[in-house]
Design a protein around this ligand. Structure first.
Ligand SMILES: CC(C)(COP(=O)(O)OP(=O)(O)OC[C@H]1O[C@@H](n2cnc3c(N)ncnc32)[C@H](O)[C@@H]1OP(=O)(O)O)[C@@H](O)C(=O)NCCC(=O)NCCS
Length: 169
């Protein structure tokens, strides 16, 4: 990533910018919109990408789902700074968060299969994510005809025990 883009944990001050980025993508049908109250309540799950001017140009959340499973969601990078590595850095920050939480398995539901493939995620059948289906998917208007692809990444347990970041791709 260019040195001018920095990934860090989100602050309350970032939420309105995160909301704007997510809304733009949601209007294109690329991800689910998030209400401000959801973003304020879940701000501790979020990472943001900040540019040299202090603007928030990307965000991503790591949402724990079960004892050993978390979801990467609300991932967006502003269009003018795409393909510079910001998305990869956001996902890597979430994987580092998995390590500190001792979570070994992470997934995303996405239309961006090629992006996640570059990061070492594998496509899986949604049936291997029963906690996600029963907690969230059944309440979604698209259920049971979801057209998103489930992608999955398993962190290396040896690296996790050593406290190292070990990310493929
Ligand atoms: C998906 C998204 C976050 C990627 O962000 P990005 O900053 O452009 O991604 P990166 O620059 O870090 O790309 C990492 C790798 O994936 C590749 N890549 C990125 N987007 C890609 C795409 N749409 N198709 C194919 N490859 C892609 C890059 O070329 C790069 O490959 P490399 O390993 O050869 O260098 C961004 O396109 C986006 O915000 N999309 C709209 C919202 C969305 O769909 N979010 C996903 C919800 S799960």
């Amino acid at each position: 990533m260019e040195n001018t883009l920095v990934v860090r944990k989100a602050h309350m001050d970032d939420v309105k910018s995160m909301h704007g980025l997510l809304l733009q993508c949601a209007q294109k049908g690329l991800l689910l919109p998030r209400a401000l109250i959801h973003l304020y309540g879940h701000v501790r799950n979020f990472m943001v990408t900040e540019n040299a001017e202090g603007e928030i140009v990307g965000c991503c959340a790591l949402a724990p789902v079960w004892e050993d499973l978390a979801e990467i969601c609300s991932l967006v990078v502003r269009e003018d700074v795409r393909r510079l590595g910001a998305g990869r850095e956001l996902v890597h920050a979430c994987l580092a968060e998995c390590q500190s939480l001792h979570i070994k398995k992470v997934f995303a539901l996405t239309y961006q299969e090629a992006f996640f493939d570059r990061l070492g995620f594998k496509v899986v059948d949604k049936s291997v994510l029963p906690q996600k289906i029963w907690a969230d998917c059944v309440h979604c208007a698209k259920y049971p005809n979801c057209d998103e692809t489930a992608v999955y990444f398993e962190l290396d347990s040896a690296a996790q025990e050593a406290g190292e970041t070990h990310v493929q791709g």
